[in-house]
Design a protein around this ligand. Structure first.
Ligand code: 6GU
Length: 227
């Protein structure tokens, strides 16, 4: 447990936010260990080339397998899971975050351009567990932001990272639908009052109200979750 995480990228600076907030504290406390590696360190030419034109033609550039092979050989171990962010991957969900938090070593291979030569995935599939992952149905410029999204979802599940473990239970995507709305003080703000039942102290009524709100919100915003 307590994941060790390696990230390979041509843009190490993208991962500076990992020093902030919850994840920054988790690293400082030694609860998670994150290392970022520059793919260009694994090139062998003066221009530090990481890409080339695609076989078969077409727009854009494809990342070459050689630097990826050297980089991944240097970070992968026997019990690593290799995560390859790509819009062509399986969709990352809360269930996958729960799987990843149980993985002792995660390695993220962040591609840019039109992606990484597919032989890299084919080669490592025979050696470690490989997960091609998408974070949703839209196209990003590369895997870096997708990796940040996945890491935030995974690391907050590491025991001790979120102060009150109860906040991990009653939230969207851990429930059948999405979460009910939340309110705090003041009880009245710009003419809008907090729903009376929340001030009542009737815990059964509050539980029922929240259940109803959750169902209504799910039907309106995420009807796909009800199928
Ligand atoms: Cl993981 N990568 C890229 N480039 N685009 C995406 C994505 C990943 N997930 C959704 N769109």
């Amino acid at each position: 447990m307590a994941p060790r995480i390696d990230i390979v990228t041509i843009f190490p600076d993208y991962f500076q936010p990992l020093e902030l907030s919850l994840i920054g504290k988790a690293q400082a406390d030694g609860v998670v260990e994150i290392a970022v590696h520059d793919l260009r360190q694994f090139t062998d030419d003066v221009h530090r080339t990481v890409d080339d034109t695609p076989y078969g033609g077409g727009a854009g550039m494809v990342m070459s397998p050689e630097p990826w092979g050297r980089a991944l050989d240097s970070v992968l171990g026997e019990d690593s899971v290799l995560v390859v962010p790509t819009p062509a991957g399986e969709v990352f969900r809360q269930s996958v975050a729960r799987e990843f938090v149980e993985t002792p070593h995660l390695v993220f291979a962040c591609g840019r351009y039109e992606g990484i030569d597919h032989r890299v995935v084919e080669y490592y599939r025979d050696r470690v567990s490989v997960r091609e992952m998408s974070i949703g149905d839209y196209v990003l410029g590369g895997g870096e932001v997708a990796t940040l999204v996945m890491l935030e979802a995974v690391i907050r599940l590491v025991p001790g990272v979120v102060g009150n473990p109860e906040s991990l239970v009653e939230e969207s995507h851990e429930l059948p639908g999405v979460e009910y709305p939340n309110y705090t003080k003041p009880a009245s703000w710009r003419g809008l009052d907090v729903p009376e039942v929340l001030l009542s102290g009737h815990h059964d009524k509050i539980r029922q109200w929240r259940e109803d709100q959750s169902a209504e919100r799910t039907k309106k915003n995420r009807p796909d979750l009800l199928d």
